[in-house]
Design a protein around this ligand. Structure first.
Ligand code: NLE
Ligand code: FE2
Length: 303
């Protein structure tokens, strides 16, 4: 399809909004939250060792430059145990609750349980299979930078592990969420295309449109479900990477609503635990078409 550079040329110029021409021009240091500054209610708040490690790993992300290898981390035994516990638990639920595309992509990743996969190796796998790259980041990026990254087929990923005391759910991204939730699906051309379309629409978008696009991203890439044989199956990374949330979604008690990117979307809830509302796609084909039409209508509408 269309590449990021050609879309940039069609986007109305604005003095206030910086439109990156390449991934180098996308800032990976503007954190919106999380990162290594833990809040009082974070399960690692009193764990000095954990906090020091988050700072160390965050600094690796902050000093990374595009084109460099992502530093390899030697994960601790505690971190590896958390990774294994999450994978073991999720594998029980994937066959029932994850969409077909995820099951195939997960098999392709062939994750080890003896060690936490390295972002560099996953980035190389993605580059080979779908042309995407991973760029390390210290925490949750500002939405404009995060979405702009998608336009250049770059996925910003955290590298730290969630706290071992709460493996089944964390409100923040961590390396398990990136590796289990996002990497396999980015090997799927249609999900990758969904993410790319949202990214393209974000180039030069107004502040207001960035927040709307963030919600579109949230209700698809993070918490989307797709109808398969009459059932809502998970593909959103936030469902897939949490063995608490995947059971909650699979139990079918949350509200389902068909995604309409043109309508005003409900407020996202980051911090109140499992989602009470999931947006559905009829199929991936349908979702890609819907978002492509929507995305290509955006630059004009925000002129
Ligand atoms: N709740 C997810 C998990 O526990 O893996 C992370 C969501 C990040 C947006
Ligand atoms: Fe995510």
């Amino acid at each position: 399809g269309e590449d990021a550079a050609s879309r940039t040329d069609q986007t109305p110029q604005s003095e206030a909004i910086k439109i990156p021409r390449s991934i180098e021009e996308v800032d990976n240091g503007s954190l919106l939250g999380f990162g290594d500054d833990l809040a009082e209610d974070h399960p690692g708040y009193l764990d000095e060792e954990y906090k020091a490690r988050r700072v160390m790993i965050g600094n690796l992300g902050r000093s990374h430059k595009v084109g460099q290898e992502i530093p390899r981390l030697q994960y601790t035994d505690t971190e590896i145990a958390t990774w294994k516990e999450i994978l073991d638990s999720l594998e029980e639920f994937f066959p029932r609750f994850a969409c077909k595309e995820y099951l195939d992509a997960y098999a392709l990743c062939d994750f080890s349980k003896e060690e936490v996969p390295q972002l560099q190796d996953m980035s190389e796998l993605l580059q080979k299979q779908s042309g995407w790259s991973i760029r390390p980041v210290a925490g949750l990026l500002h939405p404009r930078d995060f979405l702009n990254g998608l336009a250049f087929k770059t996925f910003h990923s955290t590298q730290y592990m969630r706290h071992h005391s709460k493996p089944m759910y964390t409100p923040e991204p961590d390396v398990c969420h990136e590796l289990i939730g996002h990497v396999p699906m980015l090997l799927n051309p249609q999900y990758a295309q969904l993410a790319h379309e949202i990214g393209l629409a974000s180039l030069g978008a107004s502040e207001k449109d960035i927040w709307h696009l963030t919600k579109v991203y949230w209700y698809t890439i993070e918490f989307g479900v797709v109808m398969q044989e009459g059932e809502a199956k998970a593909f959103g990374a936030g469902i897939i990477s949490s063995y608490g949330e995947i059971q909650h979604q699979g139990a079918g008690k949350a509200t389902l609503q068909k995604l309409d990117p043109y309508s005003k979307l409900p407020k996202m809830s980051y911090k109140d635990g499992y989602q009470q509302l999931y947006m559905t796609l009829d199929s991936f084909e349908d979702g890609v078409k819907l978002l492509r039409n929507f995305a290509s209508s955006r630059p004009k509408s925000c002129a």
